[in-house]
Write a protein that binds this ligand. Structure first.
Ligand SMILES: [Zn+2]
Length: 351
């Protein structure tokens, strides 16, 4: 098991201290006098800048308490609507919207920096129809789950286009690091998966199988399997390594899709509050994903009295985290001036 310590960064965008040294570089500095008492300020020994305890975290510049923020995010991850959260916490719905957008972005950043699966065994991919309105009318949520650890590895929200399928596959490749043995990937027969998987995973040792289920009276009547990448012998080897599946299937990702529907009010069937933009869906699902991977112990990862989270099973942390720890983590600072972000691939273009 690896270190459970979260590695925060110096919040100064121009500081070059790497995350593993930031903890020793940041020291106590002075006090700031406020109406409610004194607040500690910190200084970075490397760049010399001073900052408050919440600078760079999700709690920066908040006027309500941290526990209200944590409760709002937890209520959203348990499937409550924004209006309901606003009524419970007695704050304005627009404040809740702003908090959840901030929390979703922070959660996405946290996941990007901490998610890694060095020893994947079986990965299942699927898309879930979001059924939004307006701009999000044709939005789908692509997801991938690593079955052995139940780790929700990738998420991409958008229309089902070739470009979005490429982005999704590249995100998956970034999480699966250092593969040496064949692992199994299964998905449905969506038309763009085959060319994208061939292009993105051409040199990676994997066996890719497409599964087509035929349903009859709410049950699977027949399941057709097509081997797309790899040979039958390699498929047999990959199946022998899998402890969860006896034959290629998409059952685990479909179970995760149900979890998403239960935990996100916008994804409920016949919801009174459908999502209106892809960004809102992404924020909500990023939050649900961090909650699922790092915070809540998984029902099927029970070992004696110990229940593990998917991140513990994957060897990323050795204990469940809390929302407070995740939102107090400082991500690497982004340049504030003279640079703009260019979408999902994270490449910034200097003007
Ligand atoms: Zn610094």
């Amino acid at each position: 098991m690896k270190s459970p310590k979260l590695k925060s960064n110096c919040p100064n965008p121009t500081c070059s201290t790497p995350a593993q040294d930031a903890k020793s570089a940041v020291t106590k500095h002075s006090f700031l006098m406020t109406k409610s008492g004194q607040r500690r300020r910190y200084a970075c020994a490397s760049c010399g800048k001073t900052f408050a305890a919440t600078t760079g975290t999700a709690y920066e510049r908040m006027r309500k308490s941290k526990s209200d923020f944590d409760r709002a995010t937890q209520m959203q991850s348990e499937g409550m609507t924004k209006a309901a959260i606003a009524r419970v916490l007695r704050v304005s719905p627009s404040t809740i919207t702003r908090w959840l957008a901030k929390a979703g972005d922070h959660a996405a950043e946290f996941h990007k920096k901490n998610a890694r699966l060095p020893e994947a065994i079986e990965v299942q991919l699927d898309e879930l129809s979001c059924k939004g309105t307006g701009e999000a009318k044709n939005a789908w949520a692509y997801s991938g789950v690593e079955v052995w650890s139940r780790f929700w590895a990738t998420l991409k929200v958008g229309r089902r286009t070739l470009g979005n399928t490429y982005i999704f596959a590249r995100q998956l490749r970034a999480v699966l690091i250092g593969e040496s043995k064949d692992f199994l990937v299964t998905s449905d027969c969506f038309k763009y998966y085959e060319p994208v998987m061939r292009s993105v995973f051409g040199k990676t040792p994997l066996v890719y199988v497409q599964v087509k289920n035929h349903y009859y009276r709410k049950g699977i009547r027949k399941s057709e399997k097509t081997l797309v990448l790899g040979t039958p012998d390699r498929l047999e080897d990959a199946m022998a390594r899998s402890e969860d599946s006896r034959k290629p299937n998409t059952a685990y990702i479909e179970r995760l899709n149900l979890h998403k529907r239960m935990c996100c009010s916008m994804l409920r069937r016949r919801t009174p509050a459908p999502g209106r933009s892809c960004a809102r869906f992404k924020e909500a699902l990023d939050l649900v994903r961090v909650f699922y991977n790092f915070v809540t112990p998984h029902g099927s990862l029970k070992f004696g009295k110990v229940k593990r989270t998917p991140a513990m099973q994957a060897g990323i942390f050795d204990r469940p985290l809390t929302f407070r720890e995740i939102f107090s983590w400082v991500p690497p600072a982004k340049p504030k001036w003279g640079a703009k972000s260019c979408g999902d691939n994270g490449i910034r273009i200097l003007r």
